[in-house]
Design a protein around this ligand. Structure first.
Ligand SMILES: Cc1cc2nc3c(=O)[nH]c(=O)nc-3n(C[C@H](O)[C@H](O)[C@H](O)COP(=O)(O)OP(=O)(O)OC[C@H]3O[C@@H](n4cnc5c(N)ncnc54)[C@H](O)[C@@H]3O)c2cc1C
Length: 403
């Protein structure tokens, strides 16, 4: 092999794994690094140097994702209360997905396996749809699914593909922007970043019981709130007993919120923005001040980027309530919609993650990465240092952007 493809570096790679699907020689493997994130590695003995992986990688090919003439913001919720309650936000995804299935289509999304492994899966019946519902705060392996989506599209079937912005960019780049007579509907998430697998592995190994499975990363049993919402992890042990972490800091959900273990690419995400190439962006309508009586069950934010999306949305009137949302309000409460840059990338806790995870005791590791210390302990200093460091880095960042 003379030509060696130049794939994204570990700092840039989003883990969309579209490169794996485009490689006809199976020359790209997934490897887990010490920081608990999965990356790709080219097997030089199989690579023939065709360069396809380099061409479709949405990072190194500078794939343009911030593209749409105008985007409409909506507050929305599924009219079926059961489906809405089992969804993370207002059930926008369920309403869209069930309509595609009714039309004989296929839905792709993230499914969780015991105890807590997440991968993308194609679903063809409404009965199976529940396994794609809910937010899983860990990386979903989507390799194999881009190829499968292409197969269904070539058969003339409708396909709804959901995932993070980087996964939708991977899909669109893999399909070379073809929509197969408009049969493809893409739905990306507002994404706060993908935390390291180390958090889940340590949570499972430290639990004082044998974890059978993570049931949910957030439930709405105590309601959804447009402000001050707390994630509440639910875990089942091997005897069927359920553990609720609604008010307890823990490595999985507190670890996710602290953003100290994210993939490096998530700290400089190029797939953010209020205008995107996907058909829809969905998330929580944080900050929503209308529809008080609907808050408890959850409200979705839907952003329709394309005419196809606007048409599709109007076909959902029977199953989905939607109404114009305040774009500025939505953005001001959900900065991750438009801001890819995150200061946590400069924190020592992120830089030393691989080292600290192997050197620290479980309890010290949890104190740092899940704030599991009492507010009276000297560890409170850590919170203060993080705050001050955050402010300083933010100021430096702003000055840098002005120049
Ligand atoms: C890692 C992550 C970070 C997020 N950060 C934010 C945020 O900062 N602000 C915000 O408003 N919303 C965020 N969301 C989105 C939000 O949590 C809901 O997923 C979204 O509002 C859809 O909710 P729903 O009620 O329509 O449907 P649900 O049924 O709850 O949504 C399920 C959808 O989420 C997808 N999904 C779930 N887990 C993953 C995963 N690990 N990788 C890829 N796709 C996944 C499924 O494929 C499906 O499309 C995040 C989601 C994830 C997974």
């Amino acid at each position: 092999m003379s030509f060696v493809p130049r794939l994204a570096t570990d700092k840039q790679c989003t883990g969309c794994f579209a490169c794996i699907d485009v490689c006809n020689k199976n020359a790209i493997n997934i490897v887990e690094h010490y920081d608990g994130h999965r990356y790709v590695e080219i097997d030089k003995s199989k690579c023939v140097g065709c360069g396809m992986c380099e061409q479709i990688c949405p990072v190194v090919s500078n794939f343009e994702y911030q593209q749409s003439e105008y985007s409409d913001f909506y507050a929305a919720w599924a009219k079926n209360r059961t489906h809405r309650k089992t969804s993370a936000s207002g059930g926008a995804f369920y309403a869209m997905a069930s309509s595609v299935i009714e039309q004989g289509g296929v839905v792709f999304g993230a499914k969780i396996e015991e105890p807590c492994y997440v991968h993308h899966q194609a679903i063809e019946t409404k009965e199976e749809l529940s396994c794609l519902q809910g937010s899983k705060y860990t990386h979903s392996n989507a390799s194999g699914n881009y190829k499968l989506a292409l197969k269904y599209l070539k058969e003339g079937r409708m396909v709804l593909f959901s995932g993070t912005g980087c996964q939708i960019a991977g899909l669109l780049s893999f399909l070379k922007d073809r929509t197969y007579k408009g049969n493809l509907v893409t739905v990306d998430l507002i994404c706060g970043g993908i935390p390291s697998r180390i958090l889940i592995d340590k949570f499972i190994s430290q639990a004082p019981y044998k974890v059978k499975r993570v049931l949910s990363f957030r439930t709405k049993e105590i309601g959804w709130k447009p402000r001050g919402f707390r994630y509440n992890l639910k875990v089942e042990d091997e005897n069927g007993k359920i553990y609720d972490y609604a008010n307890k800091n823990n490595l999985i959900t507190t670890g996710f919120s602290l953003e100290l273990t994210n993939r490096y690419s998530c700290y400089d995400c190029p797939f953010v923005g209020k205008n995107r190439k996907s058909d829809f962006t969905i998330g929580d309508y944080w900050g929503c001040i209308k529809y008080d009586e609907e808050h408890f069950d959850g409200i979705s934010l839907i952003i329709a980027h394309t005419d196809k999306a606007r048409q599709f949305l109007s076909s959902l009137r029977d199953s989905l309530f939607y109404d114009k949302a305040d774009m500025n309000l939505a953005i001001s409460h959900n900065h991750r919609l438009v801001t890819g840059h995150s200061i946590q990338q400069y924190f020592l806790e992120r830089k030393l993650l691989a080292f600290l995870s192997s050197q620290l005791s479980d309890s010290t590791f949890s104190k740092i990465y899940a704030n599991t210390f009492s507010n009276k302990s000297p560890w409170i200093l850590l919170k203060v240092i993080r705050k001050v460091y955050g402010i300083v880095v933010n100021i430096i960042d702003r000055i840098g952007h002005k120049q």
